[in-house]
Design a protein around this ligand. Structure first.
Ligand SMILES: [Zn+2]
Ligand SMILES: [Zn+2]
Length: 391
């Protein structure tokens, strides 16, 4: 019975840590322990660690850790790429060693030995494709084509030159300080891919996310069917009801079946929990990116729009309070003659409440179908773009 609790606590702790680490900054977790845990996992723990190193080893120790941090976070490096390969390879290895002896089984045919390998291989191929493809590097040769492909909206993008590359900065592009290059339709720099996600490889990145989501769901279901097959083949239900005299109902049998599975197949159960959690996280991530693609915007632009809206709000508030001040000065004399009733003043709206914020006006959004086409067939791969180049 203790095993149940250990496994349940392990699953919950893993889920909490993963959700806090990956999604803790989402607005729905604002002010919750998940947000605090996210801060601790992303900054707090590291700060404590740096302080500890500083106290024990002095400034030499701190400088050594900071140089490692610089290498890992500010320079291109394959640490997370190796970690991805270790995770996918390790998970597949554990599945092969723990469950392939039961394939073919009662519910799974032999073909799953090969399809599973094929599915993992396609996943790794998509990973390599995203990692090593050109995200849409802007250079002297193609800058004019990018400038005409993406006009400035004069809201979040205005005519500008990249101070590092010394070339005009097309709208929607950004200079990635890690890769040290300007990338067209920049989304984000992905540490896992050790590459930027931009105009030309967002399609591969989305395919990678979608494929890995399906891969995790496939793994979870296949392992579930392996366990269900073992239950059937070993006639566990029959033995429990006939030999142990347990009532033949779901409520009475479930705890015994779970206990038997945990005792005999704990590796498969742990793998299933892991794959189910990863598939849930991937589903959230795909939802976020699919929404961006359908709206023809990027992660980078989401931040830019947020900044713009915040700035607009501050500007409107400043205007409203200036107008209120002006009104109160000019109204002073009339108020002295006829004081407004307290009740009326209570229900009167404050001028600050009338602040109107001009929302997002995304000129690159041309409808779902067009937006999706732009992801699948990037502008720079189209004939019209290349023709402009040859002129
Ligand atoms: Zn640049
Ligand atoms: Zn980059």
């Amino acid at each position: 019975m203790a095993e149940h609790w250990v496994l349940a606590c392990h699953g919950l702790a893993t889920l909490l840590a993963l959700v806090s680490f990956l999604c803790g900054q989402w607005p729905i977790f604002q002010g919750t322990p998940i947000e605090r845990l996210h801060y601790f996992l992303t900054f707090g723990a590291y700060e404590y660690f740096l302080r500890f190193i500083g106290t024990v080893f002095g400034s030499k120790g701190t400088n050594f850790i900071l140089s490692i941090e610089h290498f890992c976070c500010d320079r291109p490096n394959p640490t997370l790429q190796v970690l991805y390969l270790a995770i996918i390879g390790g998970t597949y290895y554990f599945i092969v060693t723990s469950s392939f002896t039961y394939i073919p089984g009662y519910y799974l045919s032999e073909i799953h030995r090969y399809t599973s390998f094929l599915a993992v291989a396609v996943g790794v191929l998509l990973f390599l494709l995203t990692s090593f493809s050109d995200p849409g590097t802007v250079n002297v040769d193609n800058v004019s084509e990018y400038l005409s492909a993406y006009p400035y909206d004069n809201i979040i993008y205005a005519e500008k030159e990249c101070s590092t590359c010394k070339i005009p900065k097309p709208a929607r592009s950004k200079h990635c300080s890690i890769c040290d290059r300007c990338v067209a339709r920049f989304d984000h720099h992905c540490g896992w891919m050790n590459n930027c996600i931009g105009e030309r490889n967002t399609r591969y990145f989305l395919a990678f996310l979608l494929w890995h989501f399906l891969l995790c769901v496939y793994g979870t279901i296949a392992l579930g069917l392996v366990l269900a097959g073992r239950l059937k083949e070993l006639r566990v239900i029959y033995i429990l009801t006939v030999y142990y005299g347990i009532e033949n109902s779901f409520r009475s049998l479930a705890p015994h079946v779970v206990q038997w599975l945990l005792g005999s197949y704990n590796t498969q159960i742990l793998l299933m929990v892991f794959l189910a959690i990863v598939s849930l996280l991937l589903a959230g991530f795909i939802g976020y990116h699919a929404n961006l693609c359908l709206m023809n915007t990027t992660t980078n632009e989401t931040f830019k729009w947020q900044e713009y809206i915040n700035w607009q709000r501050k500007l409107s508030e400043a205007r409203a309070s200036a107008a209120a001040l002006k009104a109160s000065i000019s109204g002073m004399s009339s108020e002295a003659k006829r004081p407004a009733s307290k009740c009326k003043a209570f229900f009167q709206r404050s001028p600050l409440e009338d602040v109107e914020v001009v929302g997002k006006r995304n000129m690159y959004d041309k409808g779902y179908f067009h937006n999706l086409c732009e992801i699948i067939f990037p502008l720079s791969t189209r004939r019209s773009f290349l023709q402009k180049k040859s002129k």
